[in-house]
Design a protein around this ligand. Sequence first.
Ligand code: SAH
Ligand code: SF4
Length: 410
Amino acid sequence: MTLSLDLSSPAARPAPSPRAIPAEKPSLIGLARDDMAQLLVRAGIVPERQAKMRVQQLWHWLYVRGVSDFADMFNISKDLRAALASNFSIARPEIVEEQISNDGTRKWLFRFPARGAGRAVEIETVYIPEEGRGTLCISSQVGCTLTCSFCHTGTQKLVRNLTAEEILSQLLTARDRLGDFPDRDTPAGAIVPAEGRKVSNIVMMGMGEPLYNFEAVKTALLIASDGDGLALSKRRITLSTSGVVPEIARTGAEIGVMLAISLHAPNDDLRDLLVPINKKYPLKDLMAACRAYPGLSNAKRITFEYVMLKDVNDSLDDARALIKLLKGIPAKINLIPFNPWPGTNYQCSDWETIERFADFINNAGYASPIRTPRGRDILAACGQLKSESERMKKTERLALEAMMIAGHGE
Ligand code: SAH
Ligand code: SF4
C-alpha cells in the first residue's frame, strides 16, 4: 500500500485563533452536571432551586449547540449571561496550527493555558475521515509515563494529565472546525440529528495512557456520550490502553465504552520488551481482565492492536501464538503498520509479511483489518504525535520524511 506524499505543498494553513481560555476563570466545560450546579450556586449567580434547570439550559448550549460565548445563549437573560461571563469561561483552546493531509486527515495543535504552577501545554488531535464515518483521535496526557519501545510518545516525559475540560475541548473544537455544530439560527431546543455527523466516532488513541488519567477521561467520556448533549453512542467510543489491568474493570463498569488493548506481542518475554507495563501486569492478568469485560459478544468485541515490527513480532509462529492467546475472547485484531520516527531502531514489516500474517488470522476466524496509515504527510499517524516540548527539530523532520519516502513502513 502506498500513500502519496505531497511534501512540496505544505499542508499547514493558518488557523484562526479563538480567544485563549483565561486561566483565572474556571471553565464550565467538562464538569459533571452536579459539579456545574454547585459551581453556579456557590458563585451566587443561580439560586439553588433553579440550579438544575440552568444546568440543563447550559448543557444544551454547550454540547448540542456548541457555543463558545455566553452572549450566544439567547434564551438566557442578559443579566445572567453577563454574570456567567464574568465568573466563568467556555472559550475554546487556542489553535496553534491546523494541518490538512492530502488524504483529508486533519491534525490540530492545541494550546491549553498554564494551570497553577505549571506552564501552558500543547497537544495534538487527529481527525480521520473515512467512507461513511469520521473518527477523532483524542489525547489524554501530555507525553506518557510509559515507555513502549516503538512509540514516539514513549520517549517523551509526562508533562501532565489533561483535565476533563481539555479532553472534551478537543472534541468541541474539532467539531467547530469541521462545521459539525448546528447554525446559530437553529431554533433553541431543536434536536440535532446524530446522523451525518463529521465526527461519528472517537478513539482515546492520541498521546498518553488514558487509564493513568482515569477520572478525567471518565468524566469527559460520560459527557461525550450523554444523550442530552453530544450524544455519541458508547459503541462509537473506543478507549485504548497499554494494559493497566486494575482500571480495565472500572472502565467497563463506570464508563462502558469499547475497549482496545495495545497487545503487540503474543508472549510475556516479547511483550516485556515492547510494552514494559507488561512486567507489572503480565498477559495472564491482562487476558483475565479482558475476559471479564462486561457485555462482550460477537457484536461487541475487544480490539487487540498489534503493531507490525519487522523480524520482531511478525512471524507465523507469532500469529499462531496470538490466536491461542485470544481463544474464547470476542476479539478483532487490528494490525498497525509501524510508523517510524527519528531515532527508532524498529522497521515496519514488509507488506507481504503483513498480508500473510493477516490471512493467517483471518483463516482462524478473526477479523483482522490492516490499519491504513493516514495523514503521514502531516505526521498524524499512531505514535507520531508529540507535545510542544518535544517538537521535532527541522533536521529530524526531514530525516523522517526521507525515511517515509524511502518506503519504510509502507
Ligand atoms: N497509550 C494508549 C493509547 C495511545 S497509542 C495505548 O498505548 O494503547 C494508540 C496506538 O498506537 C497504540 O496501540 C500504540 O501502541 C500504537 N502505536 C504507538 N506508536 C506507534 C508507532 N510508531 N507505529 C504504529 N503504532 C504505534
Ligand atoms: Fe504511552 Fe501508549 Fe505510547 Fe505506550 S504506546 S508509550 S502507553 S502512548
